[in-house]
Design a protein around this ligand. Structure first.
Ligand code: NDP
Length: 309
């Protein structure tokens, strides 16, 4: 059976940064890319807030740069999805695609999170062309335009407020007759002059020629006063929650009630010795490429320290 010193699972900014640091520390890391090579970032159109790219960069280019940097120092990058682990033994056992089994002294989990989508066919059609799940990443492209945010929680309110500072108008599409966000966020949203809350509305479909130009909504579906509403928008932002990609590890690694891996505050240390978590899979708050990269760096440094011990 193949044995590795440092196994990295995931190929977003956290995984690749961990790989750069681990390979420079001679840990000969092996990295499995997972189902979405390059991670969540590759679903956005352009990255303008990652330091070092003054003119912005295409996400695929940036992830390819990170990948080549990791390879340059000797990381072995493989395609494949980790489907099963056993962290009760040392070294840890990991299965790829249920069949290939390997053992690892240290494991860095950098599997990220996946934004939840409504499941409309038109969401897929317009992904990257008006549909986004990250206002901080993509909001800038909608300056002085009209956008909609879906959701009634803290994330939706935060995204709507962020976008209200950039856009001419923001619709907040909420399926219930109330917001579930914290009082303070609700107050801020209600006080923002250019945010219009559409309570009891659900999205039926997005419309537009090659990009989002509008949305068909339904008000109070199934009720006597049900009616269809059309709004003209340039951007459609999902803020209905994220799934941290932690299911495979849950039998061993502690997670919170949403599934985010719990780490010791300010560190990538999980409850399992030799297993570290970096990036969005352990971060319900910031979810930025730069914060993920930073935590990947910390995870590799901790893996090295663990191996030395
Ligand atoms: P939440 O689960 O709190 O809210 C999700 C929202 O999306 C709800 O309003 C929900 O509606 C709505 N929703 C879910 N599915 C659909 C659907 N299919 N169609 C339409 N609407 C849908 O997720 P958040 O990401 O907002 O927050 C997650 C956690 O993170 C929360 O605990 C939150 O407090 C926290 N958080 C804290 C922040 C802060 O403190 N600054 C910032 C961001 C998040 P419904 O209400 O009807 O279920």
């Amino acid at each position: 059976m193949e044995h590795v010193k440092c196994l990295i699972i995931g190929s977003g900014p956290a995984g690749y940064t961990a790989a750069i640091y681990a390979s420079r520390a001679n840990l000969s890391p092996v990295l499995y890319e997972g189902p979405q090579a390059g991670g969540q970032l590759t679903t956005t159109t352009e990255v303008e807030n990652f330091p070092g790219y003054p003119d912005g960069v295409e996400p695929f280019q940036m992830m390819d740069d990170m990948r080549r940097q990791a390879e340059r120092f000797g990381t072995e990058i493989r395609s494949g999805i980790v489907t099963k682990v056993d962290f009760s033994v040392s070294p840890k056992h990991v299965w790829v695609e249920d069949t290939e089994e390997l053992t690892a002294d240290t494991v860095i989990i950098a599997t990220g999170a996946s934004a939840k989508y409504l499941g409309l066919p038109s969401e897929k059609e317009y992904k990257g062309r008006g549909v986004s799940a990250c206002a901080t990443c993509d909001g800038f492209f909608y300056r002085k335009k009209t956008v909609a945010v879906v959701g009634g929680g803290d994330t939706a309110c935060e995204e709507a407020l962020y976008l209200s500072g950039l856009c001419q108008k923001v619709y907040l599409i909420v399926r219930k007759p109330y917001l579930r966000a914290s009082e303070i966020m609700q107050k801020r949203v209600r006080e923002a002059e250019n945010i219009e809350i559409l309570f009891e509305h659900n999205t039926l479909q997005l419309t537009g020629e090659g990009k989002v130009e509008g949305a068909d909504l339904v008000f109070r579906k199934g009720e006597a006063d049900e009616r269809q509403v059309h709004i003209d928008i340039n951007g459609f932002f999902l803020a209905i929650g994220h799934h941290p990609n932690s299911d495979v590890f849950k039998d061993y690694v502690q997670t919170d009630e949403q599934g985010y891996i719990i780490t010791q505050p300010g560190t990538p240390l999980t409850n399992v010795e030799g297993v570290f978590a970096a990036g969005d899979v352990a971060d319900p708050h910031y979810r930025q490429a730069i914060t993920a990269a930073a935590s990947g760096c910390k995870a590799a440094i901790e893996a090295e320290k663990y191996l030395k011990r």
